[in-house]
Design a protein around this ligand. Structure first.
Ligand code: ADP
Length: 382
């Protein structure tokens, strides 16, 4: 007679095994989900390849949208990277698994963007002739890492280019000084010694040479100074009230002769590079005086405004103003709206200011109305 009692432990054992299996699968799926990896299981002989839903989600597809077939991934891998993946597989098989199947390849996302994938796998079954019959592996999305690497590379290239440019500008302007000094001193000598022997035209031409070479010398000096900005920078705690006081002392004679009034409001203490910040305000204040209206004396207001992550300082004047179409262009090097016979200058002051604010990771822009005045806005990060 049969013993039905024996059936119960077997069923129980099966049940327990089933539970264990479910538990393992649950752990495996959770690991996959938390690492955001996908996996694949390739039955080589049957030419069937299971791809996990997480594998497909990585490229923007739902599970049912991509058939479980080796051709599927071959269709969405970047064509330039397919040979690399095939070679890695061949090396792995030829070495009987000693060389790992491990490569970084690009795939196309459903939206057309590139997804970088770290793809690793191994053959887990071989036939009696040592041909692979089953291989499994994983896919990890490494796009953010690749993007960060690209940005880092780009930043390095930019830094190098910048250094080269700085060097070039320095050498060019430095070497230009010497022949220029010669032109200036000999034209002075010529005018001192021979002016009586020259006719009217000769004197006039000589004056042109002198003024053009003096102007060129100013431009070259400006370039050299532009280059020097930030070279010996020292981070400091700066009281802007004090900085403006020093600038007022430096500009005392033009402030007095033009009857300029400077009003300070709510100026903060900031972190920055002292020498550069002083130069910044010196340029803005002297411009506010220089570009005044002929009929009224300049009124300049320098005010601090507290932002969430920055201090904004505005420097406002009641001068001639700047037409809207030039309000961005004036920050470029040597860009001027007036020629030298109208108002003197080299056109480098605002380029200095821009470079100084870049150095501080801040911003500088202008808002202005012709005939009413201009407000230069400066933002220092806190
Ligand atoms: P520069 O003062 O030597 O001409 P800047 O680079 O300091 O050179 O200024 C560039 C141009 O921007 C000036 O030539 C002028 O046309 C304009 N500008 C600058 N500041 C003001 C201002 N406060 N009011 C009106 N125009 C200004």
């Amino acid at each position: 007679m049969r013993q039905p009692i024996q059936k119960i432990p077997l069923e129980q054992e099966l049940h327990q095994l089933q539970n264990k299996l479910n538990d393992k699968e649950m752990v495996f799926n959770n690991i996959l989900e938390s690492t955001m990896a996908g996996y694949w299981d390739w039955h080589i002989a049957e030419n069937h390849e299971y791809m996990s839903p997480t594998f497909k989600h990585m490229f923007g597809y739902e599970d049912h949208e991509l058939p479980n077939h080796p051709e599927t991934w071959q269709n969405i891998i970047h064509p330039e990277d397919l040979p690399k993946a095939i070679k890695s597989f061949e090396d792995h098989v030829r070495s009987k698994g000693v060389i790992p199947y491990d490569n970084e390849v690009r795939y196309f996302h459903k939206d057309g963007s590139i997804v970088w994938v770290l793809c690793r796998g191994k053959v887990i079954e071989w036939d009696e002739n040592e041909n692979p019959i089953r291989m499994v592996g994983s896919h990890v999305d490494i796009t953010p890492i690749k993007k960060a690497e690209e940005i880092e590379k780009y930043v390095k290239e930019l830094e190098n280019k910048n250094k080269e440019l700085e060097q070039f500008a320095y050498v060019a302007s430095h070497d230009l000084q010497e022949p220029l000094r010669t032109v200036i001193s000999y034209s002075e000598l010529l005018s001192r010694t021979y002016s009586k022997q020259l006719d009217e035209n000769g004197v006039r031409f000589l004056r042109y040479i002198e003024s053009a070479s003096t102007r060129m010398s100013d431009l070259v000096k400006g370039l050299l100074e532009y280059n020097r900005i930030g070279r010996n920078k020292e981070w400091d705690i700066i009281n802007l009230n004090e900085v403006i006081q020093f600038v007022e002392q430096d500009l005392a004679s033009s402030i007095e002769s033009t009857k300029t009034k400077i009003h300070l409001k709510n100026l903060p203490i900031i972190k920055g590079y002292r020498t550069e910040v002083r130069l910044l305000f010196q340029n803005l204040i002297s411009n506010a005086i220089k570009f005044r209206k002929p009929t009224i004396s300049p009124q300049i207001t320098i005010a601090g405004h507290k932002g969430k992550n920055f201090w904004e300082i505005t420097v406002s004047d009641n001068g001639i103003g700047i037409p809207e179409e030039y309000q961005e262009k004036i920050f470029a090097i040597f860009r001027r709206l007036h020629n030298n016979s109208e108002i003197e200058g080299t056109g480098i002051g605002l380029a200095h200011c821009k470079k100084i604010m870049d150095l501080h990771g801040g911003k500088l822009w202008v808002s202005s109305k012709v005939e009413e005045g201009s407000t230069f806005h400066i933002q220092f990060p806190k």
